[in-house]
Design a protein around this ligand. Structure first.
Ligand code: URA
Length: 220
């Protein structure tokens, strides 16, 4: 981990900005390559993540690893984090004030890692990082140009693997959207098998300015 990211991680481990500090086992900061070109942002740690301190180690994480494998990557090639760093009790949705309290941790992570492509998994990450209220069903698979952590970034919304786990049709779309990641990274796809059939046109939008807090934007 780069020194600055490691230092920032150490700072966050004792975070008490929101009431989730009282119920969590530990802060789940993020994991992977601190210089990754590709970063994934999920929603919040679940039971297994809270126990292990690593994002996406449960069933949704297994699916994410399979999807990465399909495009020739492993989780050590990318960086994986969440919108909020502590498990909401019973895996309920994050509350707006929890997101507001935690979002600067994510923005600082992005600033330090400087990914060129940020894949948001599900509604919470997509709405926060796009700064727009459009839901994942509308915007998945369509890249957007945004500024995050002071850098121009391609944002690529995807269905959340946990949602796709039990819905084969959604999993199929997630696979197809995933298959465009090599192209978005400016790389050749590994094989023709990893190229999806979905040909969603790119909708290049104007660069977004730095984000106002999600709650002010009325996103959640
Ligand atoms: N779901 C998430 O959004 N994040 C995790 O870390 C695990 C499951």
């Amino acid at each position: 981990m780069s020194d600055l990211l490691a230092d920032y991680r150490d700072e966050t481990l004792g975070c008490t900005r929101c009431p989730l500090a009282a119920s969590r086992t530990q802060v789940v900061f993020g994991s992977g390559d601190p210089r990754a070109e590709l970063m994934f942002v999920g929603e919040a740690p679940g039971f297994h993540e809270d126990q292990n301190g690593i994002p996406f180690v449960g069933q949704a994480g297994k699916l994410l690893e399979r999807l990465l494998d399909g495009i020739g990557l492993t989780r050590t090639d990318v960086y994986i984090a969440n919108v909020i760093k502590c498990r909401p009790p019973g895996n309920r949705d994050p509350h707006p004030e929890e997101i507001e309290a935690c979002e600067s941790h994510l923005f600082r992570q992005i600033e330090l890692i400087r990914p060129t492509l940020v894949a948001t998994l599900g509604n919470f990450a997509t709405k926060l990082l796009s700064g727009k209220p459009a839901g994942i069903t509308r915007v998945h698979g369509v890249e957007q140009q945004v500024v995050l952590g002071g850098n121009a970034v391609t944002l690529y919304p995807l269905f959340h693997p946990a949602a796709a786990l039990y819905t084969p049709s959604m999993q199929k779309v997630l696979e197809q959207d995933f298959a465009r990641i090599p192209e978005l990274l400016g790389r050749e796809a590994r094989s023709s098998e990893s190229q999806g059939t979905l040909t969603t046109p790119a909708s290049a939008q104007a660069l977004e300015p730095a984000h106002a807090p999600a709650v002010q934007l009325g996103l959640f």
